[in-house]
Design a protein around this ligand. Structure first.
Ligand SMILES: C[S@@+](CC[C@H](N)C(=O)[O-])C[C@H]1O[C@@H](n2cnc3c(N)ncnc32)[C@H](O)[C@@H]1O
Length: 262
């Protein structure tokens, strides 16, 4: 029996609320509304982020990647990463991972992939990269390239918890030709609203570790950035998907990038 804590907001469920999903509780909606009061574009940001994941996955599958490790998967929202990858490469192998019990409760929906492909779910915390590597290794062949995606995840991991180090640890076990995909919220464009959001979430027990462009780029230090490098997520290969309504009406305070392990 999966235990869901409805006494405080959870990022996965707030994100589901922004996306118009049904898998959230009053406590998530209440905090979501507080975020909207600070910036009414939060739901657009969530959609832009989701669309970035889809375009990056499409790009990777079109460039021959057949193995995906997605940490901080979230509650299923179609199309999910495996559906994008397996539409291009039906034999793609996908391992999903999240630490929130509500994602575990919905994992079934993530596991309906193609017959040729493989889709698995791992319950683990990104702050324990060794557990993720151990679980993923059972499904993925670490002698062949793996795309590691950490989409809208790392801004929930503080420097004290070693955000950069744990990304380095995950990448250290992946072979040359593997990729890292990251999207991340930043305070660079809207410092006051971002500060207020960080404080409100902290008071509710949620860590928000917003990072500057430079701090974001450090995740890719050992990698070769894929064109166009680090930019706001909607400008990363926009030709690979449809624009999100409202995406150009104001700032999207985040960064997205893809890097290749040499
Ligand atoms: C904003 S959602 C993003 C979902 C999906 N990656 C996307 O971009 O559409 C962030 C996800 O990260 C998960 N998460 C937060 N902290 C985590 C941690 N320490 N370990 C694993 N997952 C975590 C949350 O449970 C949530 O599902």
């Amino acid at each position: 029996m999966v235990e869901i804590d409805t006494s405080k907001p959870h990022p996965a469920r707030m994100y589901d609320w922004y996306l118009g999903g049904k898998d959230n509780y009053p406590v998530d909606e209440a905090m979501g509304r507080q975020m909207l009061a600070l910036d009414p574009r939060v739901p657009v940001m969530a959609r832009v982020n989701r669309a970035f994941m889809q375009r990056a996955t499409r790009w990777l599958a079109e460039h021959g990647v057949r193995q995906f490790l997605d940490v901080g998967t979230g509650i299923p929202t179609e199309p999910n990463l495996h559906q994008v990858a397996q539409q291009i490469a039906p034999d793609a192998r996908v391992v999903y991972c999240d630490n929130d019990p509500i994602v575990l409760a919905h994992a079934e929906a993530l596991l309906r992939g193609t017959d040729e492909g493989v889709t698995e779910y791992l319950q683990a915390d990104v702050r324990d990269p060794d557990a993720i590597l151990e679980g993923a290794r059972k499904i993925l062949d670490f002698d062949r390239p793996v795309a590691l995606s950490l989409i809208a995840l790392l801004h929930f991991v503080s420097d004290e918890d070693g955000a950069h180090e744990l990304v380095g640890r995950l990448l250290s076990e992946l072979p040359s030709g593997s990729y890292l995909v990251v999207s991340h919220a930043t305070a660079d464009f809207t410092p006051e609203e971002s500060q207020a959001a960080t404080e409100k979430l902290k008071a509710a027990g949620v860590t928000l570790a917003l990072r500057s462009r430079e701090e974001f780029t450090r995740f890719f230090d050992a990698l070769e950035l894929v064109e166009p490098g680090v930019d706001v997520p909607q400008l990363w290969h926009p030709e690979l998907g449809e624009p999100i309504p409202g995406q150009d009406d104001g700032v999207i305070p985040g960064y997205g990038a893809v890097g290749r392990k040499p």
